[in-house]
Design a protein around this ligand. Structure first.
Ligand SMILES: Cc1cc2nc3c(=O)[nH]c(=O)nc-3n(C[C@H](O)[C@H](O)[C@H](O)COP(=O)(O)O)c2cc1C
Length: 435
């Protein structure tokens, strides 16, 4: 009897069937080659997650044009990237997971220094708190050219063997900039009432559908609430979701907030599962599947969300960075062996905003999977490890996993070292669960 029957039941999204409901949503890793090509490091990272039993991996974000907003992003804006992307999709599919590509245009979230001094564009000339710069407004006749870039990128994703494509319409990127009254001050048919503000995104979906054909899954990531002063809330999100369903979208990935929002969305202070309400609200207005996101790091919580019908699929993204094997562990009755993400963000989110590659406080193998495979030792030994802080404990676990007999020696009466200090800081108690 499977302990998490909802989590491990299959689900169909257009022509593809996913073996379970666990999704790794798009994560910019900073592992691509400087030119944007797929690297061995990237393939090694995703292969390990696919082998760990996850249903769907969404990779990216991949800019649809040369407006790259961060260093070492995954590129899909030219046919020359297709061969490398094929290597990635083949590896992940062979390892048993489905794989989708997230495509996006960052609009006013691109800094001019990233695009050779050109001025980034947006719906209107509204300064960006993220870059400190003011974009130019897209001319009416430029709009269809930008939309076409999404369709071209989606077709490239299909050619590269991705099982699906995800259009990023959240987080404050270009499609959100058209959707939101905060950044859309236009007076043409793309501005003004919500019917007009959703037009840009819907036309992107429409063009994409025409490019990829009727049976290719299209996912859209949207914000269930922008958390922006005078921005869109739940009502507008529902309106957009309904229109996306009518436009032929197959799955809605409901996140919250923008990069400029003051509401914390990812930190350890954010209660687990607290944004599921946003997915649930969307689910009540559409009949296509809905994916719930943010701070869901434990199979029992994911199972409960599915069981009560709040969502159809669950994003457990940093959870599989921390422990790539957690789906197989949960399926195999070993949930107590899961290393949980504690949402510290120190190695992942903080790193990428410092232009560094993603690492993980919980999992030292992140980003070096290929070089650090844990294989049984041909020569098991007795090993003494002095010091039961996080490093000593992890070394002890790894040595034991390799078949050595380990003695872990700690002078105080508790294991955990300085990590235990977190137990005394209100809101950070979860950090100590690593111990
Ligand atoms: C290092 C890092 C990079 C991310 N990059 C993207 C991205 O490129 N596109 C996107 O839509 N979300 C991105 N996200 C957000 C994740 O997809 C996900 O929504 C977030 O981590 C919350 O889910 P979790 O609590 O399950 O990790 C990123 C998150 C992290 C930690």
């Amino acid at each position: 009897m499977v302990e998490f029957p909802n989590l491990f039941s299959p689900i169909r999204v257009n022509r593809i069937e996913l073996k379970n409901r666990i999704v790794m949503t798009a994560t910019h890793l900073g592992y691509n080659a400087p030119g944007g090509d797929v690297s061995d490091r990237l393939v090694g990272f995703y292969e390990e997650r696919a082998k760990g039993g996850i249903g769907l991996i969404i990779v990216g974000g991949c800019p649809v044009d040369d407006h790259v907003s961060m260093r070492n992003m995954m590129r899909i804006d030219d046919d020359r990237y297709v061969a490398g992307l094929k290597r990635l999709t083949c590896t992940v599919k062979t390892a048993g997971a489905k794989i989708a590509a997230q495509i996006y245009q960052a609009g006013r979230y691109v800094h001019s220094s990233m695009i050779g001094g050109r001025t980034p564009f947006s719906a209107s000339e509204v300064p960006s708190a993220l870059t400190g710069e003011t974009p130019r407004a897209l001319e009416l006749e430029e709009i269809s050219l930008v939309q076409e870039k999404f369709a071209e990128a989606a077709l490239r994703a299909k050619k590269a063997g991705f099982d699906a494509v995800e259009i990023h319409a959240a987080a404050g990127y270009l499609i959100s900039q058209f959707l939101s009254p905060v950044t859309n001050k236009r007076e043409d048919r793309y501005g003004g009432p919500i019917e007009n503000r959703i037009r840009f995104g819907l036309e992107v979906v429409d063009r994409t559908r025409k490019a990829v054909g009727p049976d290719y899954p299209i996912v859209v990531r949207l914000s269930g609430h922008e958390f922006m002063n005078r921005g869109n809330g739940g009502r507008e999100a529902k309106r957009f979701a309904k229109a996306l369903e009518e436009a032929g979208c197959d799955l809605l990935n409901v996140t919250v907030g923008w990069h400029e929002s003051r509401v914390p969305q990812l930190t350890t202070f954010v209660p687990r599962g607290c944004f599921v309400y946003a997915a649930q609200r969307i689910k009540s207005s559409v009949s296509i599947p809905v994916l719930a996101c943010n701070r869901i790091n434990d199979p029992p919580l994911a199972e409960a969300i599915l069981q009560r019908g709040s969502a159809d699929m669950i994003a457990m993204t940093r959870a599989v960075i921390a422990d790539p094997d957690f789906p197989n562990k949960a399926l195999g009755g070993k949930k107590n062996k899961i290393y949980h993400c504690v949402a510290c963000n120190q190695g992942c989110f903080d790193n990428i905003f410092k232009s560094k590659p993603v690492a993980c406080l919980v999992n030292p193998r992140v980003g070096v999977e290929g070089e650090t495979r844990i294989v049984p030792s041909g020569n098991p030994k007795k090993i003494i490890i002095i010091g039961g802080g996080p490093a000593g404990m992890k070394a002890a676990c790894t040595a034991a996993e390799r078949g050595h007999k380990v003695f872990l020696v700690e002078k105080s009466d508790r294991l955990g070292g300085q990590l235990l200090l977190n137990r005394n800081i209100p809101g950070r108690e979860e950090m100590a669960t690593v111990v």
